[in-house]
Structures are given as structure tokens and as C-alpha cells.
Design a binder for this molecule. Structure first.
Ligand code: IP8
Length: 247
């Protein structure tokens, strides 16, 4: 079972509000469709990030994974933008006969008053068992004491990988992997100490997107993870380990 994240910056133009990167989304959907139709991938969950859809509205309303809002209009603006992006992702997959169906985290998750995320996964497991490809995305979620906050795609990947006992995790990013100081791709990371000098020791403020945060979170999971660029998506889905492997 594979959990694949399509980075928001991969499928959208991050510099222009609510703008899709259509060619990139089509390439990603082509790779997923090829792997599904050839049988290379049997059980797949797709998660996509917010890119210029979610992040634009989240920053406009001052909402992050920890800073919430009680303004229903703000929550709906963020959720609505993410649903719009999700429609594009679903359409690209469905057009290629990938049986993709949405699971919107707003209605499936919440944070408790420690900020810990709780995601129900029964519907995801059942959809998988029935042969569908569930598609989740960064979203807003109810947060005890904060109103609603953001849940990032990376947090969803971690929750899903654990709950569904994923065999492999793929993060399709705008970079070909984790880069060292000479911009060469680091092949394998087995402890944060290996890359602390390159990624920086602490990036506590970058809660949704930073590479250091991604690597730290992936190191804690049982499944082996790969971080790679769009060019390598097909080879990842075929079973290769392109880019950087985190285990
Ligand atoms: O792009 C954030 O998801 P991410 C989604 O995976 C929103 O960090 C709503 C900003």
C-alpha cells in the first residue's frame, strides 16, 4: 500500500493565487494512471497540498496549523479553495480512468486541545478495499480551543501511513530530493543527525512545508519514504527508490 503526496507547489503555480500548473498536474496524473493500469500499484492513497489555493487564503486570514480562526467565512474560503483544487486533481485522475474519490479532511479530522490530529480512516480503508483511490488534501480542521486551524498534507501522510500500515511513502516535490550544500541529491537519510548541518537544526516555525520538518516526520514512521521530483514519479510508482530515501 502506497501513500503518495503531490506537493502543492508541484501542481499549482505558487506565485499566483488560485492558479493551477496544468501541465504538471497532467504529468502527475499520467504517471499515476500508468502505474494503476499496469498493476504496478494496487492500493494507493493520494494526498495533495495547498499550493496557491490553500496557502493564499490561509495567510490572508492568518490561519496556520496552530493559529486558528472562529470566522466561518474564513474557514469556508480556505476549505472552498482546497475543494476547488481537489476537483482539478480528481478530474485529471478520473479522465485517465483512475477510480479516484475525495475524502475531505474537514469532515474527517479534528485537533484536540494539545493540537494533536485525529483522522478517521475507516472510509479510506473501505474505499481502498473496494478498489478506489482515495484522494485527501490539506484543509481546515476543527481545533479545540482555536476554532479551526490548517491540517497540512504532510500531517495527513503521516497519519495515513501509520493507520493504514503503508509499505511505501512518496513525496513528489519541486526538488529532485533532499539536497546537500552542493545541491546534490542525498541518497539516503537514516537519522536527522546525518542532515542537520544541511537542513538546519530547528525549523519550528515552518510547520507545514520545510524540508527539515518533512525529514523529521518521515524518520519517525515505519514505512520507507522517498522524496523526489515530478520526473521520477513514474519510477517511484513502479517500485524504484528515486531521489532521497528516508528510513
Ligand atoms: O500544502 C496546506 O497543506 P500543505 C493546505 O500540504 C492549506 O502544507 C489549506 C493551506
Amino acid at each position: 500500500m502506497i501513500v503518495l503526496k503531490l506537493g502543492g507547489s508541484v501542481v499549482t503555480d505558487k506565485d499566483r493565487a488560485e492558479t493551477l500548473d496544468g501541465p504538471a498536474l497532467e504529468r502527475a496524473a499520467d504517471a499515476v494512471a500508468a502505474a494503476v493500469s499496469s498493476g504496478a500499484v494496487e492500493r494507493l492513497v493520494v494526498v495533495h497540498g495547498g499550493g496557491s489555493f490553500g496557502h493564499h487564503h490561509a495567510s490572508e486570514h492568518g490561519v496556520s496549523t496552530t493559529e486558528g480562526t472562529h470566522d466561518a467565512d474564513a474557514a469556508l474560503a480556505i476549505h472552498g479553495a482546497m475543494k476547488t483544487l481537489d476537483e482539478f486533481v480528481l478530474e485529471a485522475l478520473l479522465e485517465r480512468d483512475v477510480p479516484a474519490l475525495p475524502v475531505h479532511p474537514f469532515s474527517a479530522a479534528h485537533r484536540d486541545d494539545d493540537g494533536d490530529l485525529h483522522l478517521s480512516t475507516g472510509q479510506v480503508q473501505t474505499l481502498l478495499a473496494e478498489g478506489f483511490v482515495p484522494v485527501l488534501h490539506g484543509d481546515v480542521v476543527a481545533h479545540a480551543g482555536e476554532g479551526v486551524t490548517i491540517v497540512s498534507g504532510d500531517e495527513l501522510v503521516a497519519e495515513l501511513a501509520t493507520a493504514l500500515e503503508a509499505d511505501r511513502i512518496g513525496l513528489c516535490s519541486t526538488v529532485p530530493g533532499v539536497l546537500d550544500t552542493d545541491d546534490a541529491v542525498i541518497d539516503r537519510i537514516t537519522s536527522f543527525a546525518d542532515v542537520e548541518a544541511v537542513l538546519g537544526g530547528s525549523d519550528a516555525t515552518d510547520v507545514t512545508g520545510g524540508m527539515a520538518a518533512k525529514v523529521r516526520a518521515l524518520l519517525e514512521l515505519d514505512a520507507r519514504a522517498s522524496i523526489f521530483g515530478l520526473d521520477a514519479l513514474e519510477s517511484f510508482l513502479e517500485g524504484d527508490e528515486p531521489g532521497t530515501t528516508v528510513e
